[in-house]
Design a binder for this molecule. Structure first.
Ligand SMILES: [Zn+2]
Length: 154
C-alpha cells in the first residue's frame, strides 16, 4: 500500500513538480528519504475533488510550460476552506503567465464548490457547521455519521 502510494505520488510529482512538498524556510524540496513520497499537496484536499483539481492543475501546467515557467511556480499552502479548494502560491512569473495561472486557480476555487467533496459528483447539498459540498448520495452517508446536510442555496 505504501509502495503503491509512493509510485503514484512520484508519477504525480514528475508531471506536476509543484505538488512535491518543500521546506518552508528555504523552499528546497524535502529529500526523498524523509519525504518517502507519502504525501503531496493534492492530499490537502478531500478525495472527491482530486479529479477536478488535477484537471485544473493540468491547465496550469500547460500555461507554465508555454511560458517556460514550470520550475518557478511554487505552492505555499493548499487547503479546503469554507467548502472551496484554495491554493496559495508564489513565483516570479512572466506577467501574462502569472495572470493566466491566477485566473485558473481563482476559477478553480469557485468551481470546486460544485463538486461533491466525497465522490466528485455534482454537489447539490452542503454540510452545516463545517461547510463542505456533497451530492445527495454522500449527504445521506454524512447524515448517518451525524453531519447535518441541507440543500445548497443557489
Ligand atoms: Zn458524492
Amino acid at each position: 500500500m505504501k509502495l503503491l502510494k509512493a509510485i503514484r505520488n512520484l508519477k504525480l510529482c514528475h508531471r506536476y513538480p509543484f505538488l512535491r512538498p518543500r521546506r518552508v524556510w528555504d523552499g528546497k524540496v524535502i529529500p526523498i528519504w524523509t519525504w518517502k513520497a507519502q504525501w503531496t499537496w493534492l492530499d490537502s484536499f478531500p478525495d472527491g475533488w482530486h479529479k477536478f483539481i488535477l484537471s485544473q492543475l493540468e491547465e496550469v501546467r500547460k500555461v507554465l510550460i508555454e511560458y517556460g515557467e514550470l520550475k518557478n511556480f511554487r505552492i505555499l499552502d493548499a487547503k479546503e476552506k469554507y467548502g472551496e479548494a484554495r491554493i496559495y502560491w508564489t513565483g516570479v512569473l512572466e506577467k501574462t503567465c502569472y495572470d493566466k495561472v491566477n485566473d485558473i486557480l481563482i476559477q478553480m476555487e469557485i468551481d470546486s464548490w460544485n463538486f461533491c467533496s466525497s465522490c466528485g459528483e455534482y454537489a447539490t447539498m452542503e454540510s452545516k457547521g463545517y461547510i463542505l459540498p456533497f451530492c445527495p448520495e454522500c449527504a445521506k452517508h454524512a447524515r448517518q455519521k451525524g453531519i447535518k446536510c441541507v440543500a445548497k442555496k443557489e
